[in-house]
Design a protein around this ligand. Structure first.
Ligand code: SAH
Length: 500
């Protein structure tokens, strides 16, 4: 079992720094014993221009069989011989991955005391694996490594070089080239070699989920083959796979949220007056919402589409808000929100003020009735336009709080962001973004239909030409006591909502 990692360098940045990064001196050949045999690390070449480290694992097939006993891996009648005569000694597989993580554990974590700056920077790397069992063939190999920034050269290995008509074996010869941080490269191999082999030599238990997520940090969430990787890595144990997928989804959501929202917010900050301390747009939005809620005199507040609970957290800090309810359709967002708020560790008194529950704003919901105010912060643009009347009815027609605050992006402002390509919305999940006129037209119509009055407030710097980055509408119930007119309104809109 063999794998080499090479890099190139210059006299100022010698390739032999690879030795520091791997914590293995290029001049020594070293041997490490692992549970399945001996792992050797040696450097076939080591100069300032080019340095190659080789990991060679000598598998002890007998040890393999002994260790495998009682773990439920063997037992088929013909398995007796296969236990001894198999590809384990030469094919790069989960055994090599384990050796990799044992021998290069610090490098895998990206730790390098001697050359910390080198560990942080991408290096020109070339990885060669001469015999890689690849279930799924060269195409799968490419689709696993290419999205990670590797240039992939993959050649099928003939079953028998003397008899080409026998076709290809399940092995490929793999060469990867790319500019990556060494730790990243090692983590890719640590996860993807066993994924390609698709036959783990050990029983996969729950702690493998942690290992996978640790090694997959920064690249697995969002990988197009994430599901295949996860399920194969976890030997198709579905409960573990589901667990891992859910945790990856949390990571992805958190990343998407942070990058999308923060990128935009930072862009606004960069352009805001440099004299003042930059305040992210999301913070300004929450400040504007809090101010409007305080002005309305609301005590019992709904945060509809509360996402990860940032506003709920702010509301909790002000005792005038006696009951705060966060509602979202996404269980994952709610899980993150509950962690953020530390709901399970909260004192009884605080806990009695706050509640999170799952619900969809596309349906009327009795639980939303009887509140002073409702906030829809950056939510309406996440609904398909044809679904919007259903939300309008659920909030303004059925829940009917005295005050409703709606914030949404002002699409006109998008031209002020250099980072946003023309014609693009600010977040991949936005179904639309409105101009100021479009937002007002919508708000006027909703207000008229449901008996509210509406006014508008800018959030963020109010540009003389294109307006503010966020627009907010403050709706107030015109006649808080329901009258017969309201009842008729409800009946008509209910039909419309159902039709929608
Ligand atoms: N209010 C938060 C989050 C905005 S992101 C903030 O201002 O930061 C939009 C949120 O709306 C997401 O959490 C999404 O899950 C939620 N959402 C989208 N459609 C929904 C629906 N039909 N019902 C309830 N929540 C919905």
């Amino acid at each position: 079992m063999f794998l080499t990692i090479s890099t190139t360098g210059t006299p100022e940045r010698p390739a032999t720094d690879l030795g520091f990064l791997l914590h293995k001196h290029p001049e020594n050949a070293q041997a490490f014993s692992t549970s399945y045999g001996t792992a050797h690390v040696l450097y076939p070449e080591a100069s300032a221009e080019r340095c190659t480290a080789a990991l060679l694992l000598e598998v002890d097939p007998v040890a393999l069989v002994r260790r495998g006993k009682g773990k439920g891996k063997t037992g088929a009648p013909d398995a007796a011989l296969a236990q001894y005569v198999n590809d384990r000694p030469y094919a790069a597989s989960s055994l090599l991955a384990v050796a990799l993580s044992t021998v290069f554990s610090s490098a895998l974590r990206g730790v390098c005391k001697a050359r910390p700056e080198r560990a942080e920077e991408p290096l020109p790397l070339r990885v060669e694996v001469p015999a890689l069992p690849a279930r799924g063939g060269p195409d799968l190999v490419r689709s696993l490594f290419e999205p990670l920034g590797w240039t992939v050269h993959v050649e099928p290995v003939a079953l028998d070089a003397q008899f080409p008509e026998w076709g290809d074996s399940r092995y490929v010869q793999l060469v990867l080239e790319g500019e990556l941080r060494l730790a990243e490269a090692l983590r890719h191999l640590y996860v993807l070699l066993p994924v390609l082999d698709d036959a783990k030599h050990y029983w996969v238990s729950a702690d493998e989920v942690d290992k996978l997520l640790r090694a997959g940090e920064g690249w697995l969430a969002g990988h197009p083959e994430q599901k295949l990787i996860t399920s194969r890595y976890l030997s198709r144990r579905w409960s573990l796979t589901r667990q891992a997928m859910e945790r990856l989804e949390l990571v992805r959501l958190a990343e998407a949220d942070d990058t999308a929202v923060e990128e935009i917010d930072n862009a606004v900050d960069e352009q805001a007056d440099t004299e003042e301390r930059p305040v992210p747009l999301a913070v300004r939005r929450r400040e504007a919402i809090l101010a409007a809620l305080r002005a309305s005199g609301a005590a019992r507040v709904l945060d509809l589409g509360c996402g990860q609970g940032q506003l709920v957290q702010e509301l909790l800090k002000d005792v005038r808000f006696t009951e705060i309810v966060g509602v979202d359709v996404s269980v994952r967002a709610l899980t993150i929100a509950s962690r953020r708020l530390k709901l399970d560790r909260m004192g009884e008194r605080q806990a009695s003020r706050v509640r999170l529950f799952q619900g969809s704003l596309a349906y009327t919901d009795k639980r939303l009735k009887g509140y002073d105010a409702a906030v829809l912060s950056e939510v309406v643009e996440h609904l398909d336009l044809p679904r919007l009347p259903a939300l309008e009815y659920a909030v303004f027609g059925s829940a009917r709080p005295r005050t409703v605050l709606v914030t949404t992006p002002n699409v006109e402002y998008n031209v002020r962001w250099e980072t946003l390509p023309a014609g693009h919305v600010r977040h991949g999940d936005h179904r639309f973004e409105w101009t100021r006129a479009e937002f007002r037209e919508w708000a006027e119509r909703v207000a008229a239909r449901h008996g509210y009055q509406v006014r508008y407030e800018p959030v963020g710097p109010d540009d003389p030409e294109v307006g503010p980055p966020t627009q907010m509408a403050v709706f107030t119930l015109a006649a808080p006591d329901t009258t017969t007119t309201t009842t008729t309104t409800i009946t008509t809109t209910e039909k419309e909502a159902k039709a929608a």
